[in-house]
Design a protein around this ligand. Structure first.
Ligand code: SF4
Ligand code: SF4
Length: 107
């Protein structure tokens, strides 16, 4: 039996501006031992969620709006980045189970 959705919920549109309530952003983990600070990962990131401090890349501390696109993972020559969680809407636009985050295909 499919879940019934109330009228109130049906007319509600999830918003990126309601962080934590409507949407949970993605995240990546960067192995600091492997990262050499080249900065390649910063360029394709559509969310400007990464920075290099002291020759090591990391997620920006102030609101990393990572959408878990995997571009940084694909471009990193050191294989130092891994997606740890996906972008997730919390109400209607729930994703189906996609299993564990996996790195994108490299060319
Ligand atoms: S691309 Fe990889 S090695 Fe280069 S700064 Fe980013 S995480 Fe570090
Ligand atoms: S997964 Fe995409 S949005 Fe997230 S930090 Fe990497 S390039 Fe940026």
């Amino acid at each position: 039996m499919p879940e019934r959705i109330s009228l109130k919920k049906r007319t509600r549109i999830e918003s990126f501006s309601h962080l934590g309530r409507d949407v949970t952003f993605g995240a990546v983990r960067i192995e600091s031992e492997t990262c050499d600070g080249c900065g390649f990962c910063l360029k394709p990131c559509p969310a400007h969620a990464l920075e290099v401090i002291g020759k090591k890349a990391r997620m920006v501390e102030d609101m990393p709006f990572c959408i878990a696109c995997g571009d940084c993972v694909a471009i990193c020559p050191q294989n130092a980045i891994m997606i740890t969680s996906y972008l997730q809407f919390n109400f209607h636009f729930k994703y189906l189970d996609r299993g564990e985050p996996r790195p994108p295909r490299k060319f």
